[in-house]
Design a protein around this ligand. Sequence first.
Ligand SMILES: C[S@@+](CC[C@H](N)C(=O)[O-])C[C@H]1O[C@@H](n2cnc3c(N)ncnc32)[C@H](O)[C@@H]1O
Length: 255
Amino acid sequence: MSRPQQTDPYSHRRKRKHTLRRFVEFRGMSRLSLKQYRKDVKQLYDGPKGAMLAVGSMVSLHEPLLGLMLRERKFDVTRFQNILDVGSGAGQILGHLIKRANPQAQLIGCDLSHQMLKRARSRLNSQRPNYITADLTQLPFDDDSFDCITCGWVIEHLHDPRPGLRELARVLQPGGSMLLLATEDTFAGAFVSRTWKCRTYNRSELNGICEEVGLPWREQLYFTKLHRYLKMGGILVEATKPAPRSHLVSHTCQS
Ligand SMILES: C[S@@+](CC[C@H](N)C(=O)[O-])C[C@H]1O[C@@H](n2cnc3c(N)ncnc32)[C@H](O)[C@@H]1O
């Protein structure tokens, strides 16, 4: 006997929403060569839009909310000695790291746009971070150089995130942690992608990709309880590079 078919009463509405979101989302990335798109991104951030980035982060509350998250130690930066902030922009994350990280910790900010790093340097007015102009897919650092990486709203500029995430995994020490923030494939995310000529990520797809490149997620984070409840604020995760087994065993024996 055939079973009665289950129908989803909301599938039509969901499909319409999905189509509308895809219509809003920036789709130019796949039409350009990697080289041309990278050049466009650099120009975008070098120019007037990049100059407004710091103000935008304040108005959207991203910068203060991130500060709150670090202050509450949802991602505890006090435990690290060598921190790399990738895609530093106007220094939105670096500024919080200067305040919250261990005073002895080495801080490095890197960005594709030299102009953005100049803005970060003058905005933060601190001698502490070192600034390096670099593409996140080709970082000028040795393997296992950092025990912490922060990467906020940057991988949206990678058509395929794998080469970039693999590079982050390469420079992260085994046992190290990464705070990864990315625009989610929601309506709000689609508008962001149009403004900044970037893509969005599906949460479970990104989770799978991080696992694939050796940066499994340890914890999904939210700025506040309200963000958690409403599933807002984008994808915020702590990912880790697993320590080799022998390392784990020797630590367990010592404790
Ligand atoms: C939206 S801003 C994020 C700024 C800051 N991380 C924050 O949390 O607000 C993105 C930054 O990533 C940089 N960026 C984009 N593609 C990059 C790449 N392939 N390598 C390094 N930086 C990149 C841009 O120049 C820009 O400064």
